[in-house]
Design a protein around this ligand. Structure first.
Ligand SMILES: Cc1cc2nc3c(=O)[nH]c(=O)nc-3n(C[C@H](O)[C@H](O)[C@H](O)COP(=O)(O)O)c2cc1C
Length: 368
């Protein structure tokens, strides 16, 4: 059970995890997680947008049993929350991605392994049997993309997520101000053996991230998705970073299996639309043909049910998982997910809803 009564009590909610993480982390690393691009307008608005949406609860419904299971690309999730992609988990805790993925699996859900993870998908697979999704940052050299994707396939990934909002890195001024550099002793497993032409020392893995930015592609377009799917041996293909109905329709036309409405947690294009504001038009454009997911600013159970009521199949959390990881490793990530699950259950019950299928737009009042 969750404790809340001792002097060193566990955080009560996801924002308290941010506070606890701040106390523990080097300020530079805290800023690297917490920050966004430019003036951080999108970072803030990802949160405040939820405050403009009110819930209209129904009463006198038997809410003694709440079912939070969600079907997603052939997998049954015990809760409609996944952990989004974040680079270099060993920067925050030595147990790295192995801990994050195990925590997600223990909660019946998935943590997506990134191209820039420290543990490779093969190393994660050694410690857990649960479903693994794998992310690609596209490089100019299709040989590099193939080598990365093949590691995902060999590691047993059941879906390939391609992040499409990062042709260039957003300007994260906290990191510039702090002169933040990832430590060189952090190995980024999937890049380690790659033919990075300018990698001076392949054992200095984290530096490869910075060196690899210039190798990343700025010219990937819709037609390249066919190649990625072929490289992925036909695994379901998910696009992360869709914000418009136009792109959502194109994704369906190009045979994409799911999309993630995301602005990269406000770290890329500042003043980009908050994800919860982008969601309804995207859902309408997709018209039920593929699942729509969302990330950015999810901190409360009520945020989750608002996104699901707009038509998202599930949501993802980013920073809160890293706060949990930094504070207490696998147990911290698990507790973050437990807190969110409890909040979703309570919010569902107080809204008079017993299963995720009951959530629709009649639950929502939007103030503009
Ligand atoms: C420290 C950090 C590293 C991230 N690294 C990646 C990455 O490697 N690939 C990617 O697609 N998104 C990356 N993201 C974006 C997240 O996947 C996600 O879209 C975002 O954090 C969601 O917003 P939230 O943090 O408000 O929940 C990163 C985010 C953070 C905070």
């Amino acid at each position: 059970m969750l404790q809340n009564n001792s002097a060193s009590r566990l955080p009560l909610n996801l924002d308290e995890y941010a506070v606890a993480a701040r106390e523990k982390l080097d300020p530079m690393i805290y800023d690297y997680i917490a920050g966004g691009a430019d003036d951080e307008v999108t970072l803030r608005n990802n949160r405040t947008a939820y405050e403009r949406i009110a819930l209209k609860p129904r009463v006198l419904v038997d809410v003694s049993h709440i079912n939070l299971t969600a079907e997603l690309l052939g997998t049954t999730l015990a809760m409609p929350v996944l952990v989004s992609i974040m680079a270099t988990h060993r920067l925050f805790h030595e147990d790295g991605e192995q801990a994050t993925c195990r925590a997600a699996h223990s909660m019946g859900t998935i943590s997506i392994i990134g191209t820039l993870s420290n543990h490779t998908i093969a190393e994660v697979r050694e410690t857990t049997d649960g479903p693994l999704w794998f992310q690609l940052y596209a490089y100019k050299d299709m040989g590099i993309n193939r080598a990365i994707i093949e590691q995902g396939v060999a590691g047993g990934a059941s879906a390939l997520v391609v992040t499409v909002d990062t042709p260039y890195l957003g300007r994260r001024e906290r990191d510039l101000r702090n002169q933040f550099m990832l430590p060189d002793d952090l190995v980024t497993g999937h890049l380690r053996h790659l033919p990075l032409s300018n990698a001076q020392d392949p054992t200095k893995g984290a530096a490869n991230i910075f060196r690899s930015y210039e190798l990343r592609s700025q010219s990937i377009t819709w037609n390249d998705l066919v190649t990625f799917r072929e490289m992925a041996n036909g695994l379901p293909l998910i696009l992360k970073g869709i914000l418009t109905p136009e792109d959502a329709k194109l994704a369906v036309e190009y045979g994409v299996d799911a999309i993630i409405v995301s602005n990269h947690g406000g770290r890329q294009l500042d003043t980009a639309i908050p994800t919860i504001d982008a969601l309804p038009d995207v859902v309408d454009a997709v018209a039920g043909r593929i699942p729509v997911l969302l990330d950015g600013g999810i901190r409360r159970g009520t945020d989750v049910i608002k996104a699901l009521a707009f038509g998202a199949r599930a949501v993802l959390i980013g920073r809160p998982a890293l706060w949990g990881l930094a504070v207490n490793g696998e147990a911290g990530v698990k507790h973050v997910l437990e807190l969110l699950r409890s909040e979703i259950e309570l919010a569902m019950a107080l809204c008079g809803k017993t299963s995720l299928d009951d959530l629709d737009r009649s639950l929502l009042k939007i103030y503009r």
